[in-house]
Design a protein around this ligand. Structure first.
Ligand code: F6P
Length: 545
């Protein structure tokens, strides 16, 4: 294995990084790259024609990935080994979408039976609620499901329901994450306790936001229904079934999963229950099937044709070789409104690490990831993407078929796709001073006026982006898309040599919040908090008094 640090590209890549392709010329001189720099998997197509790479860059990048012992790392991942070494666990979310006959093993044990049993229990329950067979305490049909959870116990199911809401939904699904009680209050304001089912989703069943909201929800229910009703209106999703039972949720209404499922990789497990209730168990199975199709591709396809691998090596190239500061993701699909927050947790909680696998300091790891749906983003932050001092690489995501099948909406989808193509083209080609000068001359501006305006009207171009195209946004292709990003995250962790399956960085703030809260309630903040913190505890306490 070659000794490579992120700040220190291997020689082959360092050479290529000195003169990366210039998109303004490459797209004109080499029209063949449009088809050559494409790969497809599980129905998705990744187009890298507008990335600052060519065939030799991709070959050198995949060779470098191999030098980082990627093939062995991927084998260990799919073998269900304890790759999450700081927590001594496997990270085997692929086992959740594998069909039973794949006999996925985790830690040397075939878990397909356990996975199938939980999936069957979830499906049985979800279909009872959807059909009206599961009733509230007073015999009413359930019309509203409220998922209470945060982070991986919220972002995935919330994203799925918004993305696939075109499915027949016999009831409404709501999501509450924030410990700001307003989120829960706003949801409950329009609900009838007799017709509401709460799904308390928490891997640990100790997360303070979720437990606080769960208690508030139970209090709200109890104001109109007796204590015995709680069992009929609450179910739990957790690995900590004791804590869920202690909360008052009967054991048979607790849906379990396993410590080898990380929070941000958990939507495929019982954590997807609220989405399954909203969308149906068939839709959920299609989602798993799409993800599994991508898993098999990622596991088996040669690196040069491997879609998640290519997504990752190009992202790494943009950061390490081109020095680009962030990663932007823009789905041109309104239903993917919650996709970027889900992806932010996936990528930044996984790879936002300053320490390498062996404990040495990492010079660089994942850049900030941000974005919004297009075309909305065009009217907000795209100014910076086009003319900011630095390029920010963009992943554009689009679907060939429209989300709406009303023929009256045909123009809208054409315009949506025209916009995504226009944006990547504008970023790649830009507009030079000569073209701007000619346009302004045409408009009758004199030389002095033109000289003043030209610098403001020039677009540098040569700004890289990828285009990911789904045939349509349905459960199968959404599953494939999500799995592609999960594997991209894993490949990046290998390139950056960081551990992607733990998240110690969220612990410190959590424990300080507990200390502050205790000091606030019990007093004594002057002794246990620093002066700046104690100052605000005093002032906030006065406001609340
Ligand atoms: O933010 C930290 C974290 O542990 C995430 O990894 C996780 O998704 C979230 O909190 C929620 O945790 P839990 O499902 O245990 O409530």
């Amino acid at each position: 294995m070659s000794a490579v640090t992120p700040a220190n590209l291997p020689e082959s890549l360092a050479l290529l990084a000195r003169d990366p392709p210039d998109l303004r010329r490459a797209l004109v001189d080499d029209p063949g790259r449009a088809e050559r720099l494409q790969v497809s998997a599980a129905g998705l197509t990744l187009d890298l024609a507008t990335q600052r790479v060519d065939d030799s860059t991709l070959a050198a990048l995949t060779a470098h990935l191999q030098d980082c012992d990627f093939v062995e790392a991927r084998l260990r991942l799919f073998a269900g080994e304890r790759v999450n070494v700081t927590e001594d666990r496997a990270a085997a979310h692929m086992a959740l979408r594998a069909p039973p006959d794949a006999h996925f093993s985790v830690d040397g044990r075939d878990v397909s039976g356990d996975v199938a049993a939980v999936l069957a229990a979830m499906s049985g329950f979800a279909e009872q609620v959807r059909s009206g067979a599961w009733r509230g305490h007073g015999g009413d049909v359930i019309t509203d499901v409220v998922n209470i959870g945060i982070g991986g116990s919220d972002l995935g199911p919330r994203m799925l329901v918004a993305a696939l809401a075109g499915q027949v939904m016999p009831l409404r699904a709501h999501f509450v994450a924030n410990v700001d009680a307003i989120e829960l209050r706003d949801v409950l304001a329009n609900l009838d306790p007799a017709r509401t089912l709460f799904v308390i989703t928490s891997k640990t069943f100790t997360t303070v936001e979720t437990m606080t909201n769960a208690r508030l929800a139970r209090g709200w229910l109890r104001r109109s229904l007796p204590e015995e009703a709680v069992g009929q209106h609450f179910v739990a999703v957790s690995t900590n079934l004791e804590a869920a039972s202690a909360f008052g949720i009967p054991r048979e209404q607790c849906f379990g999963f396993w410590d080898w499922v990380g929070g941000r990789y958990s939507v495929w497990s019982a954590v997807g229950l609220s989405a399954m209730i909203a969308l149906g168990s068939t839709c959920f199975r299609e989602l798993l099937d799409g993800a599994w199709a991508m898993d098999q591709h990622f596991r088996d396809a040669p690196l040069a044709e491997n879609l998640p691998v290519l997504m990752a090596v190009v992202a790494w190239w943009n950061r390490e070789a081109l020095g680009l500061p962030t990663q932007v993701v823009v789905p041109y699909l309104q239903r993917l409104i919650h996709f970027v927050p889900w992806l932010q947790q996936l990528e930044m909680e996984s790879n936002g690490k300053g320490v390498r696998r062996g404990g040495e300091a990492a010079t660089r790891s994942t850049p900030p990831l941000w974005g919004d749906v297009g075309t909305n983003g065009q009217h907000a932050f795209f100014q910076m993407l086009h003319q900011g001092p630095q390029a920010q690489p963009v992943d554009f995501i689009a679907a060939a078929a429209a989300g709406s099948d009303d023929p009256a909406d045909g123009d809208s989808h054409r315009l949506l796709l025209a916009n995504v193509l226009a944006q990547r083209s504008a970023l790649a080609h830009g507009k030079d001073a000569r073209t701007v000068d000619a346009e302004l001359t045409e408009q009758g501006l004199d030389a002095a006026q033109r000289a003043k305006l030209i610098p403001h009207r020039v677009f540098s171009g040569n700004r890289p982006s990828s285009l990911l195209v789904l045939p349509r946004l349905d459960a199968f292709h959404l599953g494939a898309l999500m799995a592609a990003y999960e594997h991209r995250t894993f490949v990046l962790s290998v390139l950056w040599d960081v551990l992607p399956f733990d998240q110690w960085g969220v612990e410190l703030g959590k424990s300080i919040a507990k200390t502050i809260d205790r000091a606030w309630v019990e007093g004594g903040e002057d002794t246990c908090l620093d002066a700046a913190t104690a100052h605000w505890v005093h002032r906030f306490r006065q406001t609340q008094a």
